[in-house]
Structure formats: structure tokens, C-alpha cells
Ligand binder design. Structure first.
Ligand code: HEM
Length: 505
């Protein structure tokens, strides 16, 4: 067939807005515009709305309230010349799609459309960007040092835990000093920059075994990565909707800075890989069969991506606790007697782990997960329902809104309202003896492409959040807690808190 002809043949169907999906899961159409309504915007990222991705996701579900059953949570979008799009916020559908993702025949791929900007910044040969056999190779090449089996070996774990703890204590003591020198009872401070630096320090110095000065990380590398991430988000949209005639002039003004930032990123990548030649840090557990060059792009993904995700997770946890003093006190009481975390201790800090789970449920760092159907596929859900997705379908899993649906996460199912921070909901779920797979929040993904950095990330977050609770009392300046979103989500106020030292009893 002439390339593109099948799209042309689809045109009448698309113009009629006929539902491309079949089966037991009802879907309804996305409203593109309706003049009498104020809440419709264009339901795809473009140069005027790309800074509000959470609002774009909401737009997909505009007027969904009037639909019955699954049609409320599953929507289709058919635009002439584009493949069909399924947007779902129904947890069982999300679970089924993630379970059916992988490198086996007929399984879904990760849709790479939203990560083209990332691939241009890091190289395309990464775990994030590749699919099929190439993804399998990447996973084997670089994910092994992060795995639970590898990280949770007693001597490996103790080594990382001790250096992570030392790094965190040094940074927290600096905050402590700042507070003491202010001669005030409390200071008002945005904690996001402090947390971000400690996260990069743990990753580069403790995990990869490099030695970079704190001030270098904070003043040189973090601002460079921040600007690159901002560029990635812009670049992804700009290269799809390139319609600005002034672009060349505006880009060239920014481009000198950006060139320097990319140079700094290359330099940081060299610094992170160098300890491999001395078998330092996590490198000791990576097979020699993979060359430095073959893992270089992945190291960049780990540096920028993991920094974003861990900073997001920790800042949300602190932000929620800053608005919930009772939960903060309970974490304090649990961590106060702990001097070192071991896998056993981590298992025992039950309340802290409920706080962290609840954080990732209510405010997931990665707020949507993209997939693509490689073949015409019948998807089977765990409750037996089936759904037909044509080849090429873009599948957008809206985790952010799925995790806030009262119907699945609300009072009846979990004992607390879905849109509030309530760590005790997890105790309720445990008491009900619920099957854990029925309450998946997808904060680390699910299935074959689950986050390989989950165990490393969880350890880092537990240490940072536990240490801050141990030494300080913190209170949010603003009671409401809106999100900003780009590559990941974070609290809009930069985690602005009033910070006090805990008084010894
Ligand atoms: C602690 C905070 C973290 C969170 C919340 C998080 C979240 C996620 C999620 C949701 C996915 C799945 C994406 C999808 O299904 O499309 C993912 C994948 C991934 N994460 Fe993480 N992550 C975290 C930390 C890390 C760390 C520390 C690393 C590495 C150092 C890392 C590296 C990756 C990579 C490489 C993938 C792609 C895996 C694949 O496709 O096989 N993450 N992460």
C-alpha cells in the first residue's frame, strides 16, 4: 500500500468520529471544543499550554461526569492523519496495559513520542527510549546494579546506607547552622534546592563513587541540569508544533547558555563513569561486557531522570507532612530511636512507609505513562473484560487522575477521601486483607518496565525524609498544595516551609 494511504482511507471514519475501540470497556469521545463551555481547551500539548500538562490531562476528561460506567474514565481521540489515542484513568485498564507491555510478540511498547526531547538530550540508546530487543539489551546492560538482589546484599546495603546517611547529615547540619546563626526560632526556606542537591550528591558521589564538591554540584551542575530539563520539555513540543517564525532569533539568544549546560552535563557524565575504572561504588556490580560508551546515554538518563524523580518524591513527602503535623509527629516518634537503616529496620518503619506510599499515590512523580499498540490487540483485564485496540494506538495512562478517583480510592474502598493525604488509608487496606494488586498506585510503574531504580530511590527517600523529621519541625507557609509539572511533578511553592529545630526533651 502507498505509505499513508491507510490513513487516508480512515479519513471518513475519523471525520464521523467513530469510536476506534471495541469490546467490553466503554469509551467516550474527547471534546475538542464547545463554544458554550469555558472548560474545553485543546486536548494536546502545544506551544501555549505545554507548561500546564496536568490541565491538559483534565481537558481530556472534560464533561466525562455525564457518562456512565467505564466511559467516564476511558476516552478516545481520532484526529485525521493521526493514529487513534486512548486516554484512560481507570485503574484496572492501566494495570492491564502495563502488564501487557514488554518485548514479547504483540505486547505494547513505551510510546516514545513524549520522550523525544529527552532522547535528543541524552542519546536515544537508553532504557527509557528503546523498545523490543534493544530495550531488553539496555535493561541487562545497566539496570542490574539497582536491583533489590544487588542493592540489598547486607554489605552492599550497609555501605550505601552509611555514606548516604553521612551526606544527608552533613547537609542537614548546614541547615542547622543556618538556623542557629539566624538567632531566630525559625527560618522560612524553600527546601526543594536543598533536597535536590542532596539527591545528586548521593547519586554521583555515593552511588557512582565520584568525588564532587558540594558547591560545584549546587552552583554548576544542578542549574545546568535544571535548564536542560526545561529545554527538554520545550524541545519536545517545539519540534512537533514548530510554527514560530521568530524561533531562530529567540533560540540563538538562549543557545549559548544551553551549549555550556550541555558541556557541563557531558563533564558530569564523565565524572560519574570514571570511578568504574577503579571498581568504585555501584560500578563494582556492573559486568565488564558493556563498554563505557554503550552505557553513557543511560548514565545521563540516571543523572537527570533520577534526580527529577527522587527530588519530586522527597519534596512531595515533606510538603504533605508540612501540612499534617500529626503525621509528622508520628514519623518523628518512629524514626527518633533509629540511628542506621538496615533492610529489617526499613521493614519496621511502617508508618513512614505508609506516608511514602501515600505520597506517591496522591502526587505521583511521573504523572502519566505512555504506551503504543504494535499490533491490533485484544487487551484482557483482570476482571475478564476485553478491549480491542487497533495497531498504532497511542495509549496515555493518566495515573495522576486515576489515583484521585473517589470510586476507586475513596472512603468506601480505603476509609479516607481519595483527594486527601491520608497515610492511614494503607492501614485500612491492610486490615481489610485486600489483595495488594487491587490497590496499585503505579508510582514506580508496573510490569516488565517497572522502575529499575525503585529500591535505590526508596532507600534515599526514606533516609532524607526520616532525617529531616528527626531534626526539624516544619510547617507549610501556604495551606493549599498545588503542583507544577514538567518531566515530573513537584510542589508549586518549592516546598516553602517554616523550619524549627526540634527541642531535645
Ligand atoms: C525514587 C523516585 C523514582 C520514581 C518515583 C520513579 C518512577 C518511575 C516510573 C513510574 C517508571 C515507569 C515509567 C513507565 O512505565 O513508562 C520509571 C522507569 C524508570 N526509572 Fe524510575 N523512578 C524513581 C527513581 C529512579 C532512579 C533512582 C533511577 C536510576 C538511577 C530510575 C531510573 C529509571 C529508568 C531507567 C526507567 C525506565 C525503565 C524501563 O523502561 O525499563 N528511576 N521510574
Amino acid at each position: 500500500m502507498v505509505p499513508g494511504l491507510h490513513r487516508l482511507l480512515q479519513l471518513p471514519r475519523q471525520l464521523l468520529f467513530r469510536n476506534p475501540f471495541k469490546g467490553d470497556v466503554a469509551t467516550s469521545r474527547v471534546w475538542i471544543t464547545r463554544p458554550e463551555s469555558r472548560d474545553d481547551t485543546l486536548p494536546f500539548p502545544h506551544p501555549w499550554n505545554y507548561r500546564q500538562p496536568l490541565e491538559i490531562l483534565e481537558t481530556f476528561f472534560s464533561k466525562a461526569g455525564g457518562q456512565a460506567g467505564s466511559a467516564k474514565h476511558n476516552r478516545f481521540l481520532e484526529v485525521p492523519f493521526f493514529s487513534p489515542v486512548l486516554i484512560t484513568r481507570e485503574p484496572p485498564v492501566i494495570r492491564a496495559v502495563l502488564t501487557a507491555t514488554g518485548d514479547k510478540e504483540g505486547q505494547f511498547d513505551r510510546d516514545t513520542t513524549p520522550s523525544t526531547g529527552i532522547a535528543r538530550a541524552t542519546g536515544a540508546d537508553t532504557l527509557l527510549f528503546s523498545n523490543g530487543p534493544s530495550w531488553r539489551h539496555q535493561r541487562k546492560a545497566s539496570a542490574q546494579p539497582f536491583g533489590k538482589n544487588s542493592l540489598y546484599q547486607p554489605e552492599v546495603f550497609q555501605g550505601f546506607e552509611a555514606t548516604f546517611r553521612k551526606t544527608i547529615l552533613e547537609r542537614i547540619q548546614a541547615l542547622h547552622k543556618l538556623l542557629a546563626e539566624s538567632h531566630e526560632d525559625s527560618i522560612t526556606i524553600q527546601l526543594e534546592p536543598e533536597i535536590k542537591t542532596v539527591m545528586l550528591e548521593m547519586l554521583v558521589n555515593n552511588f557512582f563513587g565520584a568525588k564532587i564538591e558540594y558547591t560545584q554540584l549546587r552552583e554548576k551542575y544542578i542549574p545546568a541540569i535544571d535548564r536542560i530539563i526545561e529545554h527538554i520539555v520545550r524541545d519536545t513540543v517545539r519540534n512537533r508544533f514548530d510554527m514560530n517564525p521568530l524561533k531562530k532569533r529567540r533560540v540563538s539568544r538562549r543557545s549559548r547558555q544551553l551549549r555550556e549546560d550541555f558541556e557541563a552535563f557531558e563533564e558530569l557524565t564523565d565524572i560519574a563513569i570514571e570511578p568504574r575504572h577503579r571498581n568504585q561504588g555501584a560500578w563494582a556490580r556492573l559486568s565488564d561486557e558493556f563498554s563505557d560508551e554503550s552505557i553513557r546515554s543511560n548514565v545521563k538518563v540516571f543523572l537527570a531522570g533520577a534526580l527529577e524523580a527522587t527530588t519530586s518524591y522527597a519534596t512531595w513527602a515533606i510538603s504533605h507532612l508540612a501540612r499534617n503535623s500529626e503525621a509528622q509527629e508520628q514519623v518523628f516518634r518512629e524514626v527518633a530511636p533509629i540511628n542506621a537503616f538496615s533492610p529489617d529496620v526499613l521493614e519496621q518503619t511502617q508508618y513512614l512507609s505508609r506516608v511514602l506510599k501515600e505520597t506517591l499515590r496522591l502526587t505521583p512523580s511521573l504523572y502519566f505513562l505512555p504506551r503504543r499498540a504494535q499490533e491490533n490487540t485484544w487487551l484482557t483485564l483482570h476482571d475478564g473484560r476485553r478491549m480491542y485496540l487497533p495497531k498504532g494506538t497511542h495509549i496515555l495512562l493518566d495515573v495522576w487522575h486515576a489515583n484521585r478517583l473517589e470510586e476507586f480510592w475513596g472512603v468506601e474502598a480505603t476509609g479516607a477521601k481519595a483527594d486527601v493525604f491520608a497515610p492511614e488509608r494503607w492501614e485500612h487496606i491492610e486490615r481489610m486483607g485486600a489483595v495488594s494488586k487491587d490497590f496499585l498506585h503505579f508510582g514506580f510503574g508496573h510490569g516488565a518496565r517497572v522502575c529499575p531504580g525503585k529500591h535505590l530511590g526508596e532507600l534515599e527517600i526514606a533516609l532524607v525524609v526520616g532525617s529531616i523529621c528527626k531534626l526539624f519541625v516544619f510547617k507549610a507557609i501556604h495551606q493549599i498544595n498545588p503542583a507544577k509539572a514538567g518531566v515530573s511533578t513537584k510542589p508549586l511553592d518549592g516546598t516553602l516551609v517554616e523550619l524549627r529545630l526540634r527541642k531535645a526533651d
